[in-house]
Every structure is written in structure tokens, then in C-alpha cells.
Design a protein around this ligand. Structure first.
Ligand SMILES: C[S@@+](CC[C@H](N)C(=O)[O-])C[C@H]1O[C@@H](n2cnc3c(N)ncnc32)[C@H](O)[C@@H]1O
Length: 314
């Protein structure tokens, strides 16, 4: 597609043409995507956009806008083009090295805060949470969204975050620094909880962490099956990191390692909070039907899909 006459393009027309271009390419949420890209190139907010429909855009702005629209039409996620995604009211930098935080993952934070408050009530303490005395770990932190949301909600908690991907940890640390939580979170490169195991090969890194037992283990692990690859949208399959997507051939394999490791690393009464794939529950629930676990709950997301599995260590 050739670029339109840049001189004659105002905000309203640019938006209309952007939506049309994306719609023709069958991009989902075409209006929102065109709007976000226009906001990004104009460095404005939505209020400005709708109050300045008639304003003419600069040539460079129009060129950049259309080049981003074409990249979106070819499959790149909007968030890779704008470099950001909101999660839990915070703005996260995202790159192709990390999973783009999803809205349904916010349910993990909600369930965690609910269950921690209930635990306090049961113990006869004030359910208003500060995280005082709590040691938590986010496994597979990616952009850092879960660990950083917890740091925001539990200002006194001690927080660890691990990932097997060194590249993801760079982004997570950058997000923690930009959002002002870097001093609150210890980031470690680790296969699940191996950095906290006595036999760890990370000796020099984790000597001080090895004896840790946690009050909370939380994770949104990769849970898509390799066998589902061909059914994934192109923006996911070709643009998000495979290590963040695939849990194995079936998808649920990593839970089989993570749940027994969590049992060894949780204090009695400690909480395990896991995000589930859309069809993971039947394979994962039996892993919690062992004497190590009690008070197992399933929470549905807004679409009615079982999304969060939570349990208490006996
Ligand atoms: C589904 S993404 C979740 C990212 C982020 N927590 C979120 O909710 O947006 C899974 C993350 O787990 C990491 N990961 C995959 N296998 C892992 C393993 N064996 N140990 C630790 N992290 C792993 C991936 O690199 C990726 O960052």
C-alpha cells in the first residue's frame, strides 16, 4: 500500500485509514490497535486524540504511523510496536524477549491477596496486608509483572523472581527499576526453583537463598502444547518467546515439576498460586490431590475459564 498524501491527513482521517488497513488484514481489535499506534506516534493521550480530530499530522508522524500499521498488519503485536503494556495499573516495557502480560493474569494477584487476607483472619490477625514477614517467589517472571504487582501491594514482603531466560530477566529488572521496585525484588536466573535447592549449580549466586522456605510460590508458567502451535494466532506463534509459551508437547508438563518443587519449598500453611491454560485443569488438579496440599480452589476468569489454581501446603 502506498502512503496517503501526508500533507492532507488529519487525526480523524489517519485513524479511519488505520482502522481500515488493519480491518482489511483481519487484525483483531483493529480500532484499538490503530488508536494505540496513533497515540504512540503522536506521543499523546486518548483525550487529546478525540479533542483534536481536525489537527493535521506532520509528515514524519504519518510515515511512522503507516509503517507501524503495516508491521501490525503483517502480524507484529501492537505491544511490540509501542513497547509497552499495562498490567495491574502499571506500565510495563515489553520486547520480543518476554511474554506480553495478559489481563487474565491479574486474577493471580487478586486470588493471592484474597487468600493471604483470609489466612490473616483465620490466624486472628488484621487482614489488612503489608506483606510483613512474608517471603514470596514468582517463578517465570517474564516482564516482571507479577513480582512487581506484588511488590506494589505488599510493601513489606521479601520478593524473589526467577526466570530460565536471561534476556527476560534483563527486561524484568528494567521494569522494576523504572517503576521504583528494584530494591524490593531479587531476580535470579533459575530453572523453576533450582536456584533454591541445595544441589544447585548456582552456588555462588544463591548461597544466601538456599535455606529459604517461602510463604507464597506464584507462577504463570508456559502452558501451551507444542501440538497446538499451528492453531495459535500469528502474533503469538511468531512473535512471543517459545520458552514463555510452550510447557511441552501437551502443554501441562511443567506443572508436573513445579508442583512437587513448590511443596518442598513452601512453609506449612504456605500458598501456591498457579495460572492455568484454558484446558489445563483436568491434568493439573490431580497433582494437588496428595497429602502435601489442602484447601485447593479453582477460580474462573471473566470468560468462565478455570484460570487460577490455588492451594495451601499442609
Ligand atoms: C507464560 S510466561 C509468564 C511471564 C510473566 N510471569 C507473565 O505472567 O506475564 C512464562 C515465563 O516462564 C519462563 N520459563 C519457562 N520455563 C521456565 C523454567 N523451567 N524455569 C523458570 N522459568 C521458566 C519463560 O521464560 C517465561 O518468562
Amino acid at each position: 500500500m502506498t502512503l496517503p498524501q501526508a500533507q492532507s491527513l488529519d487525526v480523524r482521517t489517519a485513524l479511519k485509514q488505520g482502522i481500515h488497513l488493519l480491518r482489511e488484514a483481519h487484525v483483531p481489535s483493529d480500532t484499538l490497535a490503530a488508536e494505540l499506534l496513533l497515540l504512540h506516534v503522536t506521543r499523546r493521550d486518548r483525550t487529546w486524540l478525540y479533542a483534536h480530530h481536525e489537527e493535521l499530522l506532520a509528515l514524519e508522524t504519518i510515515e511512522l504511523y503507516f509503517s507501524l500499521l503495516h508491521r501490525r498488519a503483517a502480524g507484529e503485536p501492537t505491544q511490540h510496536l509501542t513497547g509497552k503494556q499495562e498490567f495491574w495499573g502499571l506500565e510495563f516495557e515489553v520486547t520480543p524477549d518476554v511474554l506480553i502480560p495478559r489481563p487474565e493474569t491479574e486474577h493471580l494477584i487478586e486470588v493471592t491477596l484474597d487468600r493471604l487476607a483470609v489466612r490473616e483472619l483465620r490466624a486472628g490477625r488484621n487482614p489488612k496486608l503489608t506483606g510483613e514477614g512474608l517471603t514470596t517467589v514468582d517463578i517465570g517472571t517474564g516482564s516482571g509483572c507479577i513480582a512487581i504487582a506484588l511488590a506494589k501491594e505488599l510493601p513489606a514482603a521479601e520478593i524473589y523472581a526467577t526466570d530460565i531466560s536471561a534476556a527476560a530477566l534483563v527486561i524484568a529488572q528494567r521494569n522494576a527499576t523504572r517503576l521504583g521496585y528494584q530494591a524490593r525484588i531479587t531476580f535470579l536466573e533459575s530453572n523453576l526453583l533450582s536456584a533454591f535447592s541445595p544441589a544447585s549449580s548456582h552456588q555462588s549466586l544463591v548461597t544466601n537463598h538456599q535455606s529459604l522456605l517461602f510463604d507464597l510460590v506464584i507462577s504463570n508458567p508456559p502452558y501451551i502444547g507444542r501440538k497446538e502451535t499451528s492453531t495459535l494466532p500469528i502474533e503469538v506463534r511468531d512473535h512471543e518467546p517459545a520458552s514463555a509459551l510452550y510447557g511441552g508437547e501437551e502443554g501441562y508438563e511443567l506443572y508436573g515439576q513445579l508442583i512437587p518443587q513448590a511443596a518442598r519449598h513452601l512453609k506449612p500453611g504456605g500458598l501456591l498460586i498457579l495460572e492455568l491454560g484454558h484446558d489445563s485443569l483436568p491434568a493439573v488438579l490431580p497433582l494437588l490431590e496428595t497429602p502435601e496440599w489442602t484447601k485447593v480452589h479453582v477460580t474462573n476468569d471473566l470468560a468462565g475459564i478455570p484460570r487460577v489454581l490455588s492451594a495451601e501446603r499442609t
